[in-house]
Structure formats: C-alpha cells, structure tokens
Design a protein around this ligand. Structure first.
Ligand SMILES: *Cc1c(COP(=O)(O)O)cnc(C)c1O
Length: 390
C-alpha cells in the first residue's frame, strides 16, 4: 500500500473487546505486573517479549516503533526520547575504541558534537567526506571502519549525498551505514530501499510535525542488528515516554499531506528568493542550480521543506532578517506546521568552528527557513517585507 495509506494505520497491539478504541491507548505505566515468577523471568529475554518495564518496552512506544519501521521499510525499530538519544544510542552501541567512522562533512551540529566527543574522549577516529563522491569514501575506508554516517538532506545546505553509491560501497566493505532521514521523512526518501542498515530520525521534526513533542527513532533494515543494539540503548536509558510516543503517532496520519504542502511552499519561496536582488544564493535540493540537484532528483520524491539562503549583506543582514519576519517565527527547530527561521552559524552549527563552517558550506549570512503549511503567498509577503528594509 502507498505510504499515504499506511501512515493512517497505526500498528498497535490488538485491544481485546467488542468495541475497540480507534486511537492507540496511552499506557502510562512504568512497570507491568505478572502472575508467575517464571513468566516474568522469561519476559526479560529480548525486545519483542511481553512488557516488563517501560525502559525496555511499552505498548504505546511499541506501536510507534512498529509503525515507523513499516513506513521506513525496515524490520524493527527502537524509539528514543529525542533524535540525539537515537543518534547517541546507535553510535555508542556500534563503536569501540580504535574504531573508525566516516561521516558526511555537513552534519547536524549535535551529531558533529557527539562524533567529536567520541574522537576526543573515547578513542574513535572520525573522518569526513563530502558525500557526493564514492571514490572519496573508498580512499578513506580501512579494516577498522565500522560506521558510515550520512544525512539524506544536509542541514542547512540541502546537499543530498550519493546514497545509492555510498550505501552500496559501505555494504561491500562491511561498514554499518547510518542515515539521518529527519529532513526528508519516509515520504520523500526511504534509505533502507537504497541499502541503509540504520535510519535515524529526530521525530521531533516532520514525523510528529506539530512542535509539541521531542522524540527520536532508529529503524533497522535487519532485526538482528536491532537485537544487538537494543541492550545498549536500554542501558543508555534515553527511552521514549508513552505520551510522547502517542503525540508522535498523532502526527503521522497527516505526514504525507503535510510533506506535500511543505514541498510546494518551499518550491515557490525558493524560486522567488532566487530572483530577489538582496539574496546572493538559495539552497533547496530541487532547484536546478543546486550542486547536488541530480542526486536529489534521483533519491528524493520532493524537494523538502527546508530552504536556506544567503543574504548579500552577510552576517548582519542574516541576523536582521530573522528579527524582521512577522509571520515566520524565530525559533530553533524545523519540520513543524508553522514556518520558522534561524541563523545556523550562531545557533545549530555553533559547535563547528569558522573553518568547519566554511568546509560544510555554511555562510555567515545563511538564513534557514523551515517552510510550514501556511499559504505560501502570505509567507512570501512576510519575506519581502523582511528583505525590503534598508
Ligand atoms: C533536530 C535534529 C536532530 C536532533 O534531534 P532532537 O530531537 O532535537 O534531539 C538530529 N538530526 C537532525 C537532522 C535534526 O534536524
């Protein structure tokens, strides 16, 4: 079935009875009672057994895990308290001192910080690639390379890596590939179909979609890898809360419709921004002038909702713009129904020094806009007035 249909049908546990709730119940319980000592002991075996304790598994959380595994085309999933919980949980579970990681150069700031910590404090070696050149990865890969970490759409440059090429190369070398699909969502791209081993999300963004809940998920192409990662994530304890899982499930049925509108609004605004005299450059994956346009057309089924642009006036102009918008709000998130603007160089990417910023292609005057589902003409009027000030 199409994802537009599957997104509407949550894969929860069957609820007994002749009249059943349409919505998944929120099972707000930390622990589960048993009749027999043996049954409780047996339930400790693994991630798919009976519920014991909600850090190990919970019916509402499992409904989210099953539904997201289905939408991403994976075998199993683990839900987390946040996207960073998912990313930290997966990397800590996969890596040991002496292991080598290859990651895309333009990364979410928090992920960059985790990788820097793993390198500085835990003896993991990390090297960065541009992401559009399989040969560059082939030159760096070594016997100790354990993880290739990519983002479907890099934030805020909109660069799309050569997912099919890099994921196939990772597989050839026995390297576990992890793809952060937060900015594309499974509506625009399902990395497992291109060969990804693990897909991570900040469900805080498009999946939940309403800026009212934090969450993360790791979807595994292979259930066996999930089983190996799961005990480490239970130790980490960054588990999803049942109510947070329910709010995320609450957002999913409208995900395909929302993504369609995010993409349509972003397309219109990106096109108009590209023609504005005060805008030096626009980054949106489906603009023909974008450096990874061909890859984006191949890998994505829409251009996404994030548009970044460089103002001709540099840092001062960028920071002034985000204060002048009225309909768009100045807030540090993305993927919600409302349009948000931010200045990456001083916020989400401040962990990157000046050199890393330049290498990642982020200018001092770059403005990131997460285009919401408002009418694009209203958004354009707001952008024009914010650009129009002297
Ligand atoms: C927001 C974000 C994260 C972190 O997710 P949280 O839910 O804030 O912890 C990771 N990756 C990407 C691409 C993001 O946009």
């Amino acid at each position: 079935m199409d994802i537009q249909t599957r997104a509407v049908h949550v894969l929860g546990d069957p609820v007994p009875g002749d009249s059943r709730p349409l919505s998944v119940p929120i099972v707000q319980s930390s622990a589960f009672a048993f009749e027999s000592a043996d049954a409780l002991a047996d339930a400790m075996a693994g991630p798919d057994g009976p519920y014991v304790y909600s850090r190990r598994g919970n019916p509402t959380v499992r409904a989210l895990e099953r539904t997201l595994a289905d939408l991403e085309g994976g075998a199993a999933a683990i839900a987390f308290a946040s996207g960073m919980g998912a990313i930290s949980g997966v990397l800590l579970a996969l890596l040991r001192p002496g292991d080598h990681v290859v990651a895309q150069r333009c990364l979410y700031g928090g992920t960059y910080a985790v990788l820097s910590d793993l390198a500085g404090r835990y003896g993991v070696e990390v090297e960065y690639v541009r992401g559009d050149d399989v040969a560059e990865f082939e030159r760096l890969v070594r016997p100790t390379t354990r993880v290739l970490h990519l983002e479907t759409i890099a934030n805020p440059t909109g660069r799309v890596p050569d997912l099919p090429g890099l994921l196939a190369a990772a597989r050839r070398h026995g390297v576990v590939s992890v793809v952060d699909n937060s900015l594309a969502s499974p509506v625009l791209c399902r990395p497992v179909e291109h060969g990804a081993d693990v897909v991570v999300h900040s469900t805080t963004k498009y999946l939940a979609g309403h800026s009212d809940v934090l969450g993360g998920v790791a979807v595994f192409a292979d259930g066996e890898l999930r089983d190996r990662v799961w005990p480490r994530t239970v130790e980490l304890g960054a588990c999803a809360d049942p109510f947070a899982a329910w709010l995320t499930l609450r957002g999913l049925p409208s995900l395909p419709l929302r993504m369609r509108q995010h993409c349509a609004g972003a397309r219109l605004l990106a096109g108009r921004l590209a023609e504005h005299e005060r805008v030096a450059a626009v980054h949106w994956p489906w603009l023909p002038a974008h450096p990874t346009y061909d890859l984006a057309r191949k890998v994505l089924s829409g251009g996404g909702g994030m548009v970044s642009f460089e103002l001709a006036g540099g840092r001062a102009a960028g920071r002034a713009f985000i204060e002048r918008v009225r309909l768009a709000r100045l807030a540090l998130s993305l993927g919600g129904v409302e349009t948000l603007v931010a200045h990456p160089a001083s916020t989400s990417h401040r962990e990157l020094g000046e050199e890393a910023l330049a290498a990642a292609g982020i200018g001092a005057g770059t403005v990131r806009m997460s285009v919401g589902i408002e009418h694009p003409d209203d958004l354009w009027r707001d952008i024009e007035q914010a650009l129009g000030h002297p």
